[in-house]
Design a protein around this ligand. Structure first.
Ligand code: UDP
Length: 239
C-alpha cells in the first residue's frame, strides 16, 4: 500500500497528497464548494464522499469502454489512489445542450438542443478566469502537442458517448461537462473528476437540475440533488 506523504496541492474541492511511490498520488475530496471563480463559497455536506464515489464509478465504466484514466483504486469514502499525472492546463468542455456560459455567449436559451456536439477549450488559469482558447492558441502557447490534442478530443467525445448512453437509462440527461487530462508514461489519460460539480445533469422527465447549478444559482436542495445522483448511479434505479 502506498503511504501518504506531504500535501502537493490544495484546490477548491480537493487536496492532492504525494505517496512514497513517485508514480502515485492520493486525492482527498472535500465538502467545500466554490463558484464564479471563487467569488461564491460554501459547503455542500457530504459532497466529497459523493463526488469521490461517483467519479470513480464513472471512470471505472469508462475504462470498460477503453478510456484510460488516472484511477487506481478507492481507498476510503473521501480518498482515492491515482496515477501521478502531469495535468495538461486545459479544461475541456463538452456540450450536448446549450446551458450556462454557452447560452449567454450565443443567445440560445438553456435547454436548446445543439445540432452536433460542441467541444470547447479553456486555459486553466484562475488569475485570468479560465479564458476560452482554441487549438491555435494551444499550439502557440505550447500547452499540448497536436497529437495530444487529437487524443484529448477523441477521448472527450468517447466519454460523451459512453456517459450519455449510460445516464439515459437512469433518466439523467447529460447537458454538458468539463474534463481534464494528464500525461502519464508518455500517454494522455483522463484525470481530475467527473461528478455533479463538473457536469450538468438534468432529470430526463422533469428537467430538474441535479448538479452544482443548484449551489451556483441558490436553487435549494443542493445536498439532495447530489444524493439523488449517487443513488441513481449506484442503485441503477429509475425514479
Ligand atoms: N465547469 C466546471 N468547471 C469550470 C467551468 C465549467 O466543471 O471551471 C463545467 C460546468 O459544471 C458545466 C460545464 O463545465 O457542466 C460547462 O460550464 P459553462 O462553461 O457553462 O460555465 P458555467 O456556466 O458553469 O460558469
Amino acid at each position: 500500500m502506498a503511504q501518504m506523504r506531504e500535501m502537493m496541492y490544495e484546490g477548491k474541492a480537493k487536496q492532492v497528497f504525494a505517496t512514497d511511490d513517485p508514480t502515485l498520488a492520493i486525492i482527498h475530496y472535500k465538502d467545500d464548494a466554490t463558484a464564479f471563480n471563487g467569488l461564491k463559497k460554501g459547503t455542500i455536506v457530504g459532497k466529497g464522499v459523493i463526488n469521490n464515489v461517483v467519479s470513480n464509478h464513472l471512470m471505472t465504466l469508462l475504462k470498460e469502454h477503453g478510456v484510460e484514466s488516472h484511477l487506481v483504486e478507492q481507498l476510503s469514502e473521501r480518498d482515492t489512489l491515482v496515477r501521478r499525472v502531469q495535468i495538461v492546463p486545459i479544461e475541456v468542455i463538452v456540450r450536448n445542450i446549450a446551458a450556462g456560459s454557452l447560452s449567454k455567449r450565443i443567445g440560445y436559451p438553456e435547454g436548446t438542443k445543439l445540432k452536433s456536439t460542441v467541444l470547447e477549450y479553456c486555459y486553466k488559469n484562475d488569475d485570468l478566469g479560465d479564458p476560452m482558447i482554441n487549438e491555435t492558441h494551444i499550439a502557440a502557447m505550447g500547452l499540448a502537442t497536436k497529437e495530444e490534442m487529437d487524443d484529448i478530443a477523441s477521448m472527450a467525445l468517447k466519454v460523451n458517448e459512453v456517459l450519455t448512453d449510460y445516464l439515459k437509462d437512469l433518466n439523467i440527461e447529460l447537458i454538458d461537462f468539463k474534463l481534464e487530462f494528464g500525461r502519464f508514461d508518455g500517454r494522455i489519460v483522463l484525470a481530475d473528476e467527473i461528478s455533479p460539480d463538473t457536469c450538468r445533469f438534468w432529470d430526463s422527465k422533469t428537467g430538474e437540475k441535479l448538479d452544482k447549478d443548484r449551489f451556483r444559482r441558490d436553487l435549494g436542495d443542493v445536498e439532495e440533488a447530489y444524493q439523488e445522483i449517487l443513488h441513481r448511479l449506484m442503485g441503477g434505479e429509475k425514479k
